[in-house]
Design a binder for this molecule. Structure first.
Ligand SMILES: NC(=O)c1ccc[n+]([C@@H]2O[C@H](COP(=O)([O-])OP(=O)(O)OC[C@H]3O[C@@H](n4cnc5c(N)ncnc54)[C@H](OP(=O)(O)O)[C@@H]3O)[C@@H](O)[C@H]2O)c1
Length: 199
């Protein structure tokens, strides 16, 4: 079974890879690292990498750039990062991946706790995380060949507390290994159109 992990070297992606490797063929993809390079904010890059990887059974995306800033200071360019990477990057990835996925395969995308909660500087993240979740619920009714799609919404990871902890006062961090299990439940289970919350 061939499982493609985008963002494989990241905080979340590396835990997913660790949990899958040895049991499945794991294809590691990153923007500047991994076996294959892909920038999900660039449709040509998505197409080129998928063409190279070719057929696979499951796709996991643990990538998607988000700009954090107060609404009044957030620039049009920062909004564009959120839209073109976290939101449209994952939408375009889903669209193109359908051509390479096995029947009854799966796609697992990433949102985040800010689709349910708000923090200072988090309006951009809340906006696109919510949109990714609504996209998954809606598109799950349309995917061909029994292909399933879900989204994992992690809370702040324990492994990211040093970097983002001050922005999440009162949030209970979750372990990367627990978050990785949600991706595996989504990819290898039977659910579709679901948000797997690890909060
Ligand atoms: N960490 C958390 O606490 C947390 C909580 C909730 C949600 N999330 C969400 O989970 C996702 C991953 O977070 P993370 O903390 O694991 O990030 P991370 O540690 O910064 O790692 C990001 C990974 O994604 C790859 N990547 C970055 N931009 C990409 C792009 N445009 N196209 C393809 N790959 C790209 C990176 O590849 P290279 O290293 O090769 O550039 C890296 O492998 C993000 O969308 C984040 O918002 C994170």
């Amino acid at each position: 079974m061939k499982i493609v992990v985008i963002g494989a070297t990241g905080t979340i992606g590396s835990r997913i890879v660790k949990a899958l490797e040895g049991k499945y063929e794991v294809i590691k993809v990153g923007k500047s690292s991994g076996q294959y390079r892909m920038d999900i904010s660039n449709t040509h890059s998505i197409l080129a990498a998928l063409e190279e990887i070719n057929a696979f059974d499951h796709l996991i995306c643990a990538a998607g750039d988000v700009a954090f800033n107060s609404f009044t200071n957030m620039s049009a360019e920062e909004w564009q990062v959120n839209l073109s990477s976290k939101l449209m990057g994952q939408v375009n990835l889903t669209r193109e991946a359908l051509k390479y996925l096995s029947p009854r395969g799966s796609i697992t995308l990433t949102s985040g706790v800010l689709s349910d909660h708000t923090i200072a500087t988090g309006t951009g993240a809340s906006t696109v995380n919510g949109a990714v979740e609504h996209f998954v619920k809606a598109v799950s009714t349309e995917l061909p060949n029994g292909i399933r799609i879900n989204v994992v919404s992690p809370s702040l990871l324990q492994e990211s507390v040093d970097v983002y902890g001050d922005f999440f006062p009162g949030y209970q961090p979750v372990s990367g290994d627990l978050v990785a299990k949600a991706y595996i439940r989504s990819a290898l289970g039977v659910a579709t159109g679901q948000v797997f919350k690890v909060h």
